[in-house]
Ligand binder design. Structure first.
Ligand code: BJW
Length: 248
């Protein structure tokens, strides 16, 4: 996009943000890409681990079929994440949280980097990779505080096996988190969609619902997505560069 045109669009978005009372942001893997977290999809690639496409290993059926393999996959992911720090995109969103009457940050990411950047009350639609949940009693624990490397770990409350507390394909999103996100998306003035391929539902439906309810829809993504054509403004660039430029 010619520089002048992008500047004009950016100024339009800044004006919308200055006037907004309610802002809803949906992020995906792309917001963490500049922190070194691999995305799931992008370009022509899909993540694969030990020969298994991620949508097989990250699917509900694997919990029943091979829980140790699921733990191995997420232990590997935590190993990668332990070297990753929030980037300027996470920082920009954390700065915006106190500037609006209502600001909601909903993420599909399980990496915890928004909270690490200082964002509060993040709606984690797909859970958190640093948490384990008991398959029997449902209680949760911070994996960093569990100690020991027993896999699968046993629940301290009831002794049953625990699983990573993330939402796999074919599983329901946490009901309360989803209800909150859907309500907030439907009541915002500006909706920003950052770094998501926007193909995984129900999360991908949130910006559409916001737009239908009258919100101004902005996308930040180096690539086109199915949402691009319904957006009011699009920025084809990395979130860590674009979001700081949209500061208002
Ligand atoms: C940058 C960048 C930079 C790069 N800056 N950007 C309707 C039709 C068909 C199927 C379904 C449907 N409704 C539901 C389904 C099934 C399924 C689904 O949506 N499938 C689709 C693939 C079609 N959904 C579900 O199963 C969900 N549950 C559900 O619907 O429950 C009801 C139900 C229950 C039972 C039966 C039926 C229905 C659950 C979805 C859970 C998704 N879980 C995962 C894995 C989490 C655990 C893990 O981490 O392994 O969540 S899948 C994976 O995709 C992960 C992500 O959160 C999610 C979204 O991906 P995201 O974030 O968009 O990342 P990418 O990689 O796809 O895109 C990155 C983007 O960043 C790209 O666009 C880049 O260009 C961009 N980018 N660098 C900005 N620097």
């Amino acid at each position: 996009m010619p520089v002048n045109r992008e500047q004009t669009i950016a100024e339009g978005v800044r004006e919308r943000l200055r006037a907004a009372r309610g802002v809803f942001v949906l992020t995906g893997a792309g917001v963490s890409a500049e922190s070194g977290v691999p995305t799931f999809r992008g370009g022509a690639d899909t993540a694969v681990w030990k020969g298994l496409p991620f949508d097989v290993i990250s699917s509900a059926g694997m919990i029943a079929r091979d829980l140790p393999a699921v733990w191995e996959w997420f232990d590997y992911r935590r190993g990668v994440l332990s070297h990753c720090r929030p980037n300027p995109a996470h920082a920009a969103l954390a700065c915006w949280q106190d500037r609006f009457e209502r600001f909601t940050l909903a993420t599909q990411n399980v990496d915890g980097l928004h909270a690490a950047a200082g964002s509060r009350g993040v709606l984690e639609l797909h859970g958190n990779v640093w948490r384990a949940r008991c398959l029997a009693c449902g209680c949760t624990e911070d994996i960093r505080e569990m100690g020991g490397g027993e896999r699968p770990p046993a629940c301290r409350a009831c002794g049953e096996w625990m699983r990573p507390d993330v939402v796999l394909f074919g599983e329901m999103l946490p009901v309360d988190v989803w209800a909150e996100a859907a309500g907030r998306a439907g009541g915002c003035d500006v909706c920003l969609v950052v770094g998501t391929s926007a193909i995984v539902y129900p999360a991908a439906g949130l910006p559409v619902a916001a737009r239908r309810a009258g919100a101004y829809l902005v996308e930040v993504n180096p690539e086109l997505t199915p949402l691009s054509e319904v957006c009011d403004a699009t920025f084809r660039g990395p979130a860590g560069e674009v979001l700081p430029r949209l500061d208002f």
